[in-house]
Design a protein around this ligand. Structure first.
Ligand code: MN
Length: 374
């Protein structure tokens, strides 16, 4: 058995050190390396990794081991995420009853990104997973072989409090940090839409991952960190590994004593980019359809675009067919038109005969102009 207890730690950060914060790496090791490199991460910085190190991405095991190695220096401080905790519990509790659905998950991940955490673990132990039985057969070998890795994850703190900031993957259930010690790890790591749902106004800024920031808006989709000054919450999950147009964010706090206005960030999304050759005015009225409000009705199905009605808003629009799912759902689509100036750098998310859907500085929308690749 494995125990994952709620650990709350207190750390004093020396003045004069930069504080870097990322979260939800989800096995995207190359993205993680890119953002810490681009931020010139060095021994004098402190790097907090606010949970969800593994799963959903291509290199969970390598990411975990890379972070374990970084931790030896003493200035890298990871916390546990709900996916980390849940995955450990699931592996230890695998049984005849639960293995079927886990196998289906493994197949789904294999289709999407080619692998999953358990497949990586089993492979290193010499097992190939081709049936639910293969999972059960490999379970004991996996648990024995990865004792170090699993203990590392299980022992990560759920909450870290410093002089000015509190770090937690999902969110704090109670306003006072110490009152959260009676809460389970999953309650603190899986707090959906924390910045929206918490009734508390915190005394120190709470920095969280877990809930992709794009889900906090319903007009203009954007993936950059969001600072809620009223409640004192900074949400940094750019949807890396969860959204096809997501990004890994790295928050940069220049000094523990600096003001919130001095906080900046960088991000990385691995997407190809182009340079705009035309100017474009932004739209003033737009909608973002996510899995939360995904219900639509198709009014007229076309070759490339379909005319649909978005159920929640009643809005009617033409959307590219590749954003439709199952004829009654639409995912991660916006009709927002980006503000673009000639020379702007755009990440291309999808192209069609009208133009393309692109990301500019973390904001997603349409661009109808011409572009070049250099
Ligand atoms: Mn999470």
């Amino acid at each position: 058995m494995i125990r994952i207890d709620t650990k709350i730690e207190h750390i004093t950060v020396d003045a004069g050190k930069r504080i870097l914060v990322t979260s939800d790496i989800h096995g995207y090791l190359s993205y993680f390396k890119k953002v810490i490199d681009n931020a010139c991460f060095c021994d004098n910085d402190i790097l907090f990794i606010v949970g969800d190190i593994i799963e959903k991405g291509p290199e969970s095991l390598k990411t975990l081991r890379y972070i374990m190695e970084l931790c030896k220096k003493g200035n890298v401080i990871p916390l546990i995420g709900n996916v980390d905790a849940y995955r450990l519990k699931l592996i230890y509790n695998l049984s005849e009853e639960s293995v079927e659905s886990y196998y289906n998950y493994i197949l789904t991940m294999r289709k999407w990104i080619g692998t999953s955490f358990y497949e990586e673990l089993a492979a290193e132990c010499g097992f190939t997973i081709n049936s639910p039985d293969d999972i059960l057969l490999s379970k004991q070998a996996v648990i024995t072989h990865f004792e170090n890795e699993f203990n590392f994850l299980a022992n990560l703190p759920a909450v870290i409090e410093t002089q000015s900031y509190i770090f937690v993957h999902g969110g704090l259930r109670e306003k006072q940090v110490s009152d959260n010690s009676v809460k389970g790890v999953l309650e603190l790591t899986k707090y959906d839409a924390f910045a929206e749902n918490t009734p508390h106004i915190f005394d120190k800024y709470v920095i969280t991952g877990h809930w992709p920031v794009v889900l906090y808006g319903n007009a203009v989709p954007q993936m950059n960190p969001v600072i809620n000054r009223e409640k004192k919450i900074i949400s940094i999950d750019g949807g890396c590994g969860v959204k096809k147009d997501g990004q890994l964010n790295l928050l940069i706090i220049p000094d523990i004593n600096c003001s919130v206005d001095e906080i900046s960030y960088i991000s990385y999304d691995g997407m190809p980019y182009v340079y705009a050759l035309d100017n474009q005015e932004p739209s003033t009225d737009s909608i973002y359809i996510s899995w939360i409000n995904k219900e639509i009705r198709i009014l007229e199905k076309g070759e490339e675009f379909s005319y649909i009605e978005h159920i929640k808003s009643g809005r009617k629009m033409h959307i590219p067919n590749n954003y439709l799912r199952n004829d009654n759902e639409c995912f991660d689509y916006t009709d927002y038109v980006l503000p673009v100036s000639k020379g702007d750098r755009l990440s291309i998310i999808s192209k069609n005969s009208k133009g393309c859907i692109a990301k500019k500085d973390g904001v997603i929308g349409w661009y109808f102009g011409k572009y070049s690749t250099e």
